[in-house]
Design a protein around this ligand. Structure first.
Ligand code: DC
Length: 217
């Protein structure tokens, strides 16, 4: 078993930014599980499916999602094609949130996530890592921030990439996603009992990284 650090929290809390920096400092492999759900979401969108059409989504779960690393950066492959560049749009994020409520979608990605943690020292981010995927993780962090802070961060991230979307729309999307992620029946987002709560609303990136690194081996 590798040394495992789990980071869960709502959309836009900064999990991937922070986890990448902790991984670099500590020499862990960074595993972004949201990217796996997004990888499947790209497949569903390519097939023109509605995220509400549960049966069609389940039928389309035969797609192969795999993960690899290029220069230490996680890549997602869909049926062998590298689709990493297509993952981080609002459309894909919303589709991933909608379809991740479906137990068959979650079951498909569970073993891929667990097997990575068995083999390597990882810092894995997601929604149910500390509660469900790695209940015995060595360190569990619940990273959150206010809705306003998270919306502003996501707005800046998307604007920098040239995606045109208003702050209001992002705020609405985030609230909707929080609700869906936290109330779904299977593996909802919640703080594990033994997780350390870190609210990054008024913290710098460096402060958050330091706080988490201090809890790790
Ligand atoms: O972290 P993210 O925004 O890339 O995740 C996209 C969606 O995938 C998120 O809204 C919910 C889902 N997800 C999940 O259900 N469980 C995970 N471990 C990671 C992501």
């Amino acid at each position: 078993m590798g040394y495992n650090v789990a980071i869960d929290g709502p959309a836009g809390a900064g999990k991937s930014t922070i986890a990448k920096l902790v991984a670099k400092e500590k020499g862990y492999i960074y595993v972004d599980t949201g990217a796996m759900y997004r990888g499947l979401a790209v497949h569903f969108l390519k097939k023109g499916l509605s995220g509400d059409d549960k049966k069609a989504v389940i039928d389309a779960c035969d797609a192969k999602v795999t993960i690899g690393y290029e220069n230490g950066i996680q890549q997602i492959y869909l049926n062998g094609e590298n689709i990493t560049e297509q993952l981080r749009t609002e459309k894909v994020g919303n589709m991933a949130s909608k379809t991740s409520v479906i137990p068959e979608v979650r079951a498909k990605l569970l073993e891929l996530q667990r097997s990575l943690a068995r083999e390597k020292d990882v810092i894995m981010d997601g929604r149910d890592i500390g509660t469900n995927i790695l209940p015995d993780a060595d360190v569990k962090i619940y990273l959150t921030a206010s809705v306003e802070t998270r919306a502003k961060r996501r707005y800046e991230e998307l604007s920098a990439k040239g995606e045109h979307i208003t702050l209001e729309k992002i705020m609405t999307d985030i609230k909707e996603r929080d609700h869906r992620d936290m109330t779904r029946e299977v593996a909802p987002l919640k703080q594990a009992e033994d997780a350390i709560l870190v609210d990054s609303s008024n913290m710098t990136i460096d402060e958050v990284v330091r706080t988490i690194c201090d809890h790790c081996r």
